[in-house]
Design a protein around this ligand. Structure first.
Ligand SMILES: O=C(O)c1cc(=O)[nH]c(=O)n1[C@@H]1O[C@H](COP(=O)(O)O)[C@@H](O)[C@H]1O
Length: 232
């Protein structure tokens, strides 16, 4: 297994992002480009970060009718990214269409993973606002099984759920886990959180870390702390 730390580059623009990445020198960490940066800068930011030699998780969390998602994924497949995602709540059919769209004419494609329940969602909110009455862990496992049935490569979930996802879907099914905080860190808007060390124990494949690195006084040191705890 290839454990790695993915840095969530949740920045407002290209200049800030490149200045951040320049701090890593010759190191080329795996990065996540999310909605804020992609909507600000468009596909060119993806191409430039790829040119710089980084692996990229393009986190646009697609969720629409199957045909629309398929066409959008086909457009994304032309960007040379390593991982894409969507919402498992879009149904198995939507995920199957997405996979078709993402697959290039030569049969290659980025990994495709499905968000189960956002790590900012608590069981209470899921029940009271989304009217999903089942225990959140059951929902996450069911959504992971749906993603697996659709042929996807894994899910996004909290590290707290990585073990149960692996148990239900097999050890090769990826658990990509945001909701990472150092033991002394602020949760902010995240709810289902744990430390990089605990994520490793529970069996996550990748941890996705944003503010604990990007907002740190010394981002490089914070990144190294994540790597040390999670990769070893
Ligand atoms: O798909 C994601 O990356 C994602 C899913 C999820 O359930 N929770 C979640 O936090 N994320 C993303 O992971 C990152 C976490 O950022 P921090 O909370 O700053 O570490 C953000 O960019 C979120 O958009």
């Amino acid at each position: 297994m290839n454990r790695d730390v993915i840095i969530a580059c949740d920045f407002a623009g290209a200049g800030e992002t490149y200045a951040f990445l320049d701090r890593f020198g010759e190191e080329r960490p795996f990065v996540k480009i999310g909605m804020e940066l992609f909507y600000s800068e468009g596909p060119e930011i993806v191409r430039e970060i790829k040119r710089r030699g980084h692996k990229i998780f393009l986190d646009l969390k697609l969720h629409d009718i199957p045909n629309t998602v398929k066409k959008a994924m086909a457009a994304l497949s032309r960007l040379d990214v390593d991982i894409c995602n969507l919402h498992a709540a879009g149904t198995v059919e939507m995920m199957k269409y997405a996979l078709e769209g993402l697959t290039r004419p030569d049969g290659s494609r980025p990994l495709l993973i499905a968000v189960t329940q956002l790590t900012s969602t608590s069981e209470e909110r899921m029940r009271d606002e989304l009217l999903i009455d089942r225990p959140i862990n059951d929902v996450i496992v069911k959504y992971a099984q749906n993603a697996r049935a659709a042929g996807l490569d894994g899910v996004v979930c909290s590290p707290l759920e990585a073990g149960m996802v692996k148990e239900a879907c097999g050890s090769g099914f990826l658990a990509v886990t945001p909701g990472i905080r150092f033991a002394d860190g602020e949760a902010g808007d995240q709810v289902r959180i744990t430390t990089p060390a605990r994520a490793r124990q529970i069996g996550a494949d990748y941890i996705v870390v944003g503010r604990p690195i990007t907002a740190a006084a010394d981002p490089l040191a914070a990144y190294r702390r994540c790597v040390e705890e999670f990769v070893g």
